[in-house]
Design a protein around this ligand. Structure first.
Ligand code: GRF
Length: 225
């Protein structure tokens, strides 16, 4: 079997999206594997979840470090683990442009709204307050601007009349758990093409000669194409 794409996951809390990735990658046919989970909070519940699945984890608290120094530690650890793609799954710190530049189109984030609507926090309450009839989640490549960047995939859910932020969040979260493994699959299969703010998902059959804008294979010579 060819090597699977090594993915690093950054978390700060519960880690349910991380667990969705871990569960997807438990299937040997899944094209990626979770090489490392890093948390900037030592008390993140997701660390125990990942450990229980036998995944390498590390708490890297940011306290006592400058933002740059903390990120440099994370970068070094991710490289040491052979990570090729970094997934932000509830990582609650803003990253510097230097960290983002370290992972060009190899850094993705899951956000609980249909971007560009509702970047930032409290997305479910804000969608309710705005009277949205549809809400959802987005997986996107990370750019220096927070919750912006080329959109890889989105999923929408209906907003119901009796929704609270909690019931709406639960409906969106079910979609998040489906969406992030899907986006990582497309990335690992070399099927994503970034053109400015647009991301195309190409057919597997047209994958044989990726153009210069291909975001997957060039740092991953070990993976059979
Ligand atoms: C998710 O809603 C995700 O979209 C957002 O933060 C939340 C993290 O939840 N970025 P979990 O830690 O994955 O359970």
């Amino acid at each position: 079997m060819p090597d699977r794409l090594p993915v690093g996951v950054l978390i700060s809390g519960r880690g349910s999206n991380m667990e969705a990735l871990i569960r997807a990658a438990a299937d040997p046919a899944y094209p990626a594997r979770i090489a490392l989970v890093l948390s900037n909070r030592a008390d993140a519940p997701g660390l125990a979840t990942a450990r229980a699945h036998g995944i390498a984890v590390e708490a890297m608290p940011h306290q006592g470090h400058s933002r740059e120094a903390h990120e440099a530690l994370m970068t070094a650890r991710l490289h040491q683990a052979g990570v090729h793609l970094v997934a932000l799954a509830g990582y609650m710190r803003v990253l510097t442009p230097a960290f983002i530049a370290e992972w060009p189109d190899r850094l993705l984030n899951i956000h609980p709204s249909l971007l560009p609507a509702f970047p930032g926090l409290d997305t479910h309450a804000r969608a309710l307050a705005a009277g949205c009839k549809l809400h959802g989640c987005t997986v996107h490549f990370v750019r220096a601007e927070v919750d912006a960047g080329p959109i890889i995939a989105q999923a929408a859910v209906p907003v119901l009349d009796d929704d609270t932020p909690e019931t709406l969040a639960a409906r969106v979260l079910r979609e998040e758990h489906r969406l992030i493994p899907q986006a990582v699959t497309w990335f690992a299969e070399g099927r994503l093409r970034v053109d400015g703010m647009r991301v195309r998902v190409i057919d597997q059959s047209s994958r044989s000669s990726p153009p210069a804008t291909s975001v997957t294979p060039k740092h991953r010579p070990q993976r059979a194409r």
